[in-house]
Design a protein around this ligand. Structure first.
Ligand SMILES: Cc1ncc(C[n+]2csc(CCOP(=O)(O)OP(=O)(O)O)c2C)c(N)n1
Length: 377
């Protein structure tokens, strides 16, 4: 049984919930797509991170006295905890807010390692925060009643309430207003060009989502093993900081951060430390497709930003933008002779393979191999 996302959306609207903000999630893909297609842009704000979404929702409530809806993957609860407890909570400003949280890693449901712990503790986390919640039923009529009741509770008691969304509860819906761009390279094409250009001892910290999966597969094809790569499978937005910690400690190694635009934006403030500490061996590559491609292609604001200028203003020494293979190769060659931090933004099209696999080694194996390589290699 599944719940039709049109009916869910119509229920929100009928109950006066018509403002949406959040960070997309694969389990919420169809409802987020429906919201995107049927909501004016200024009433559906894809935020930099989940905490920022709570902030935007709080501002909306203060100015409208209406209930906002915040959507996120349960991985994003961590980013939202601070504003939930120090802003929204009933002992602080006591704000009415409806949440939709995708439950990755639900116990008993097969999922990737980075979702297991988060999935196990999701309900406990909500309980510990004293936030009321409803696990949405997969029977449509019941689910719609649950939503109505949740909105009533939020309104009557002026508190937050979380709708927990299990895998497969929402029926399919395909985004009509799909983002497009005409850049020639895909993320995977660009990744291969960069990997081919790495020196033997260069190491890589790669971001959350499909980029790390593509890197893993390409190293398999090349028969190079995976010891040079730290795959940041969870912890979205922190790859650049992990790379910084390594670069400062291992000054003789080039440390590449392979970042996504959504991840870069999520914790953009982190690069102020990169610029400030300015490790000469730090190389930041942003694979910018302008969307959260890994979870359904919802837009980011990345093509409206001047990422190289932001990096330069934070203290990076050299910055580049490339759109074609020729440009990427030219920039990579030039970067070899330069002291970092260096940033290269590669604009890529929105694309990924249907048959893309997942890492076959565990995160702990990855960590041990990587640390051994750093120690000995
Ligand atoms: C804190 C947190 N929020 C949301 C997610 C879900 N998530 C995984 S990958 C991803 C999109 C990443 O987008 P981007 O960095 O632009 O890379 P792309 O997939 O486009 O290559 C999202 C939102 C997550 N893993 N962690």
């Amino acid at each position: 049984m599944m719940v039709d996302v049109k009916k869910v959306y119509d229920t929100f609207i009928a109950k006066g919930v018509d403002f949406f903000t959040g960070v997309p999630d694969s389990l919420l893909q169809s409802i987020c797509a429906y919201i995107t297609d049927y909501t004016p842009k200024e009433k559906n704000i894809i935020a930099a991170n989940e905490g920022a979404a709570v902030g935007i929702a709080a501002g909306y409530y203060l100015a409208s006295n209406k209930i906002p809806l915040v959507y996120m993957q349960n991985s994003g609860l961590g980013n939202a905890v601070n504003p939930l407890l120090s802003l929204v909570d009933e002992r602080v400003y006591k704000m009415p807010m409806l949440f939709m949280v995708g439950w990755r890693g639900e116990p008993g449901v097969k999922d990737e390692p980075q979702h297991k712990k988060q999935g196990e503790v999701t309900i406990g986390l909500l309980e510990a925060m004293g936030i009321s919640f409803t696990i949405l039923d997969d029977q449509e009529e019941l689910a719609l009643q649950q939503i109505e009741r949740a909105v009533d509770q939020v309104r009557n008691e002026c508190i937050p309430h979380v709708l927990v969304i299990r895998k497969g509860v929402f029926g399919k819906y395909k985004l009509q207003n799909q983002m497009r761009n005409d850049y020639p390279l895909s993320r995977e094409d660009a990744l291969k060009i960069v990997v081919n250009h790495l020196d033997e001892h260069d190491i890589v910290v790669s971001t959350t989502g499909k980029l790390s999966r593509e890197l893993f597969e390409y190293r398999e094809i090349l028969g190079q093993g995976h010891a040079k790569d730290f795959l940041t499978v969870g912890s979205m937005g922190h790859a650049s900081s992990i790379a910084l910690g390594i670069a400062l400690e291992k000054k003789g190694r080039n440390v590449f951060c392979f970042d996504g635009d959504g991840a870069f934006i999520m914790h953009m403030g982190a690069i102020s430390s990169v610029g400030d500490l300015s490790p000469v061996n730090y190389k930041h590559i942003i694979f910018n497709n302008g969307v959260h491609e890994s979870v359904g292609g919802q837009p980011t604001v990345a093509f409206k930003l001047d990422i190289p200028v932001i990096a330069k203003a934070c203290g990076y020494k050299h910055v580049f933008v490339a759109k074609t293979e020729m440009e990427v190769l030219k920039d990579l060659t030039e970067m070899k002779g330069l002291e970092g931090p260096v940033l290269l933004e590669i604009c890529v099209k929105i694309d990924s393979r249907e048959n893309l696999g997942r890492p076959t080694t565990s995160p702990i194996e990855n960590k041990n191999d990587f640390m051994n390589y750093l120690k000995n290699g």
